[in-house]
Design a protein around this ligand. Structure first.
Ligand code: SF4
Ligand code: SF4
Length: 76
């Protein structure tokens, strides 16, 4: 059963520590170097396809800044 996922990163809580970038097994997260949060951090964001919704990024985030969404794709 395949799954696709996506994440939302909170500008309020993300401090640009890159732990999620390092931890993502699909290597789909990077810091957004073109944007700063109101606290002055480059926030994390998904930069390419391939997120499986595994939630490892959310688990390692020390500030609970990531919300993970996951959709199961049923075989037809
Ligand atoms: S681990 Fe959390 S605080 Fe650190 S860059 Fe990722 S979302 Fe931001
Ligand atoms: S849910 Fe998993 S695959 Fe998706 S961005 Fe987070 S660590 Fe990467």
């Amino acid at each position: 059963m395949a799954a696709i996922g996506w994440i939302e990163v909170s500008d309020v809580y993300c401090k640009g520590c890159e732990l999620c970038v390092t931890a993502c097994p699909q290597a789909v997260i990077s810091l957004d170097m073109e944007r700063l949060t109101h606290k002055g951090f480059h926030p994390a964001k998904i930069v390419k396809e391939g997120c499986t919704g595994c939630a490892i990024c959310a688990v390692v985030c020390p500030d609970s800044a990531i919300t993970v969404y996951r959709e199961i794709i049923k075989a037809s």
